[in-house]
Structure formats: structure tokens, C-alpha cells
Design a protein around this ligand. Structure first.
Ligand code: SAM
Length: 348
């Protein structure tokens, strides 16, 4: 590429002149002139009409193309430049194990396969790229459409994720899973550890909306923390994956509606810690679940609460936990609602 050799002190001025001339290439990189350390080399494109610039020596320097910074930098080699310039390409995507999930609008969808290939090119460890068409059904699983898969690889949506050093098998097209709650799961370990200290013995824990088990897996790896354990989910696919993920001798793993557990006497008044993670229904399900918890046991749950409903939610928790509860907004869920975490103690 052609460069102007300019005195170091003129670098900024010449850069501005080249920019005004539209002769400065994208991502231009100024470098030292190897023949004279008092000078700098500035790349330029096209003929230069400005006389001020024409006075400088022109040197042809071999430059390496700058590495692609995002998948969008690969699109010009896959699509016509007019198309590349006419579309506003998505700027966000989600990694789930060795998969990438990406949301597309109508215009972007026409070029889904090219977006997929560009993402695979940019992210060498990714096996397949899927369009994420939102959540569907009672189990809130993702509607996924394959955009691209690495040559010779399996286009399955089943994948392994690593969270906090733990390996979890999951399948976003069959079961709910969100990496966004990983911070909450760290908090669950802290909550359980404190409770374990106060009880002076391993805890009986119940996670009846366990999904593929991301909250339970870190707990069972803490020595002496968990005694009896119940993990369940109503989605049979989640339970299949739970059986792969939760390897704990005293664990009971079941496909069951959490609200039915209270009808089984052996499940009542049994647990020190109950997790309630079904955010759109947690508050509604709560009264069916509290019979499972021992006196002074803790219920830790998450709920999506509309701003207008926040006072009602607090009153509901007050009724159930008789004032021994806390509630905290954790993050915004929509323009009018937040994801909140509550913790309450059972007093009989
Ligand atoms: C928001 S997800 C939480 C999953 C998991 N705890 C996590 O953090 O990834 C809620 C889970 O509840 C399950 N579910 C929905 N209704 C249920 C019910 N009535 N009883 C038990 N599980 C249910 C869904 O299949 C889903 O896996």
C-alpha cells in the first residue's frame, strides 16, 4: 500500500488533510519510516490533488490486512458489497456451549446462511449457528433454525456448557437454559453455605424447577453441603439431561409437577432449602410449595414482577412468610417489569 513519508511533527496535520481528501483508508495505521526515524509513514488511497500533500515522498509498503474484529468483517467476501452496505447487521449474539444463537429481523433473515458462515469463520470454536426465533410452549424452549454448521460436524442443538468450572449438558431447543442467571446461582451457594453453618449438618435441598440442574450442580460439589436432595422438572427432556448432569447418590430425580409434591406426605416438612425458579409463576405456585419446607427453612426464588404489581407481590410474600422475607430487584426484564429475587423463612 502507498504511504506518504512525513516529518513526525506533521503527522496529525497530514492525517487531517488526508481525511478531508477522503484519501485515508479505513483503519489506517501510522508507522515509523524505517529509513528515517524522524519521519512517519501514513497510508493513503487514490490520487492526491492537495499540493501540500504532493510534496512528500511516496513509499510502497507491504501491509498485512488487519484481522477481522467481528463476523461482519467477513460478510464482504460472502455477499455483494451493495447488500452488505444496505443492511443493518445484528450486533449481538449468544454463545451456548459450542453453539451461537442469533436473533434476526425480516431483512437480515434473507442472509441467514451467510451470517452463519461469517460467525463460524470468526469464532473458530463454534460448531453451529442457529437463528433464535424466540421462546415457545409451556417449557419456554427456544425455536431454533439451523443457519450454518462446520463441515463434517453434527448439526444437533445438544451441547455442553461450562459454568463456574462445572460441565452441564443442555439443549436449548428442548429445555430452558439461561447463562444470565449464573450470578444468581453463585448467590445460592452463599445462601446454602450460611444455612449449612447455622444448622451444623448437611442440608436437605429441593429444586423442583431444576431445568438441566445449573443451580444444583455447584452445590453438590461442595463437600458436606448437601444431604438429601430432590431435583425435578415437568419437562421430560430436562429430566433426561438432569440424569446426565446430576450424579449424586442421595439425589431423587423426577419428572413431576412441582405443585403436586405437597400431596405426598414423605415430601412434606422435609427441606431446609427450597429453590423456586419459574419466574412467570413463582408467586402463584408459592403456596403449593411451602408445605415441603421445614420450620425455619429457607425459600429462595425468582419472579418477574410488573412495576404496578410490586406492592401486591410484597403483600403476598408477607402473608406467606409472616414478615421474615426480603425482596430485591435483580435486573430489568421489560420496559414495565423486573426480575426480582426473594428469600423467605418458614415459620409455622
Ligand atoms: C425458568 S426455568 C428454570 C430452570 C433452572 N432452574 C435454571 O435456572 O436454568 C423453569 C423450569 O421449570 C419447569 N417447569 C415449568 N412448569 C413446571 C411445573 N409445574 N413443575 C415443575 N417444573 C416446571 C420448566 O420446564 C423449566 O425447566
Amino acid at each position: 500500500m502507498l504511504h506518504l513519508s512525513v516529518p513526525s511533527q506533521d503527522t496529525q496535520r497530514i492525517l487531517s488533510l488526508l481525511k478531508a481528501e477522503k484519501a485515508l483508508p479505513e483503519g489506517a495505521r501510522v508507522q515509523l519510516d524505517p529509513t528515517d526515524e524522524t519521519r512517519r509513514l501514513i497510508p493513503f488511497i487514490g490520487p492526491i490533488s492537495n499540493q501540500d500533500l504532493a510534496q512528500f515522498a511516496v513509499i510502497d509498503v507491504e501491509t498485512k490486512p488487519s484481522p477481522a474484529r467481528t463476523y461482519r468483517d467477513h460478510l464482504p467476501s460472502l455477499l455483494d458489497s451493495q447488500i452488505v452496505e444496505s443492511i443493518e447487521w445484528p450486533t449481538r449474539h449468544e454463545f451456548v456451549g459450542d453453539l451461537i444463537l442469533i436473533k434476526l429481523d425480516e431483512n437480515q433473515r434473507k442472509y441467514g446462511p451467510e451470517i452463519g458462515v461469517a460467525l463460524l469463520t470468526q469464532h473458530a470454536r463454534t460448531r453451529a449457528v442457529f437463528e433464535d426465533r424466540g421462546v415457545k410452549g409451556t417449557f419456554r424452549v427456544r425455536d431454533l433454525k439451523l443457519l450454518a454448521v462446520k463441515e463434517g460436524e453434527d448439526p444437533t442443538t445438544r451441547t455442553t456448557i461450562i459454568e463456574g468450572g462445572h460441565r452441564l449438558e443442555t439443549d436449548p431447543s428442548k429445555v430452558y437454559f439461561s447463562t444470565r442467571l449464573s450470578h444468581e446461582r453463585e448467590g445460592t451457594i452463599e445462601c446454602a453455605t450460611k444455612l449449612r453453618e447455622s444448622r451444623g449438618r448437611p442440608l436437605a435441598i429441593c429444586d423442583p424447577y431444576a431445568g438441566v440442574g445449573p443451580s444444583i450442580l455447584p452445590l453438590i460439589t461442595v463437600p458436606g453441603l448437601v444431604g438429601e436432595l430432590f431435583v425435578g422438572d415437568l419437562n421430560p427432556s430436562a429430566v433426561d439431561l438432569l440424569r446426565d448432569n446430576i450424579d449424586y447418590p442421595s439425589a431423587t430425580i423426577e419428572c413431576v409437577d412441582a405443585r403436586e409434591l405437597k400431596t405426598r406426605p414423605e415430601m412434606c416438612n422435609k427441606f431446609d432449602l427450597l429453590l423456586v425458579n419459574i419466574p412467570h409463576d413463582s408467586l402463584e405456585h408459592l403456596s403449593s410449595l411451602t408445605p415441603l419446607v421445614k420450620e425455619h427453612g429457607i425459600v429462595r426464588g425468582w419472579a418477574v414482577i410488573e412495576d404496578d404489581d410490586f406492592e401486591n407481590a410484597k403483600n403476598h410474600l408477607k402473608e406467606i412468610f409472616d414478615n421474615t422475607y426480603t425482596i430485591e430487584i435483580r435486573r430489568s426484564y421489560s420496559a414495565t417489569a423486573n426480575l426480582c429475587r426473594f428469600e423467605g423463612q418458614i415459620t409455622l
